[in-house]
Design a protein around this ligand. Structure first.
Ligand code: CP
Ligand code: NVA
Length: 331
């Protein structure tokens, strides 16, 4: 798996494929997402996407991502259309490139939940409108904007001196979380079984970014070592969508990599658990943690909506994204 390339500097439209595509915007995005949360709680809904539309292509199931994108578009004054690949011509062999060309004539932006990151990049390559990664097998950037917003709110806008631990699989969520933490200057430590660690290149990239931003990134062997000195502990499922064939061996490999009350006890005072959801209760996290007070999981889920709005404002409203006009014929 190659390192996320980020958007080419020459591109006129802005894609969000890797969290690094919004690296420089992250502080403003978190602040705006937090502000949008406050506004919504006061019943105020700004509508900067009046008349704009979003195509939402999903190859895999979704509860939060689909709901938050669709609702974000509606509340911002726009419109969203859900397209399951089971029902699209894409599922019958129409190419991603042709799909991208057509959608670019209708919509102002497209979000895409894909099995393969190569397909995510293919769509971005051919679409003339922004492509937003709604999860692929390499990254889950929109999730991480909401996660960092949750931490930003809890820690009143300060990441300096804080430590986030991640326990479990070196998957899409881990990659985006590690890179995103490095960019905002949050110390990051992950406990991942050796066979499930991400590529060395992405770890090195995160370490270099962390150094630039005055923080650190570390991979350790045990959950206890990661929990020590941490202010929050994040986990994700052991078996991601697409990994189902490996379920039995994964459950064995991740045995002991569970976020439970005992593990939280090794973390700093006031530490809390995070999970992007859906959770497999009793595997990577216990009922006690999910249903207890030492978690910010439900805030995280709510923040998907606010974060999605901030992302759409940035990539669609502020960047002035619009459907591609028909090319003028030369005489
Ligand atoms: N966290 C997340 O992306 O959830 P969904 O799969 O329900 O969208
Ligand atoms: N790592 C999980 C995240 C689900 C939101 C998966 O890819 O299935």
């Amino acid at each position: 798996m190659s390192l996320p390339a980020g958007a080419p500097a020459s591109a006129k439209k802005r894609d969000l494929i890797s969290i690094l595509d919004v690296a420089e915007d992250l502080p403003a995005l978190l602040k705006r997402a937090s502000g949008l949360r406050k506004l919504r709680h006061e019943g105020k809904l700004p509508r900067p996407l009046e008349g704009r539309s979003l195509a939402m292509i999903f190859e895999k199931p979704s509860t939060r991502t689909r709901s938050s994108f669709e609702l974000a578009m509606v509340e911002l004054g726009g419109h969203a259309v859900y397209l399951s690949t089971k029902d699209m011509q894409l599922g019958r062999g129409e190419t991603i490139a042709d799909t991208a060309r057509v959608l670019s004539r209708y919509y102002h932006a497209v979000c895409y939940r894909a099995f393969r990151w190569q397909d995510e990049e293919e769509l971005a390559k051919w679409a003339s409108i922004p492509v937003i990664n709604a999860l692929d097998d390499r990254e889950h950037p929109c999730q991480i904007v909401a996660d960092l917003q949750t931490l930003w709110d809890r820690w009143r806008g300060k990441f300096e001196g804080r430590q986030l631990a991640y326990i479990g699989d070196g998957n899409n969520v881990l990659r985006s979380l590690m890179l995103g933490s490095a960019v905002v200057g949050l110390n990051f430590v992950a406990a991942i079984p050796p066979a499930y660690r991400p590529e060395a290149a992405v770890v090195e990239k995160a370490k270099a970014l962390a150094q630039q931003h005055g923080s650190s990134v570390e991979i350790v062997d045990t959950p206890k070592a990661a929990a020590r000195g941490s202010d929050a502990i994040y986990t994700d499922v052991w078996v991601s969508m697409g990994d189902e064939a490996e379920a039995a061996q994964r459950k064995e490999a991740f045995h002991g990599f569970q976020v439970n009350e005992l593990l939280l006890g090794h973390a700093n005072e006031g530490a809390f658990a995070l999970h992007d959801l859906p959770a497999h209760r009793g595997e990577e996290i216990t009922d006690g943690v999910m249903d207890g007070e030492q978690q910010a999981i439900w805030d995280q889920a709510e923040n998907r909506l606010h974060a999605q709005k901030a992302i759409l404002e940035l990539l669609v409203a502020k960047a002035g994204a619009k459907p591609q006009a028909r090319a003028r014929r030369s005489k």
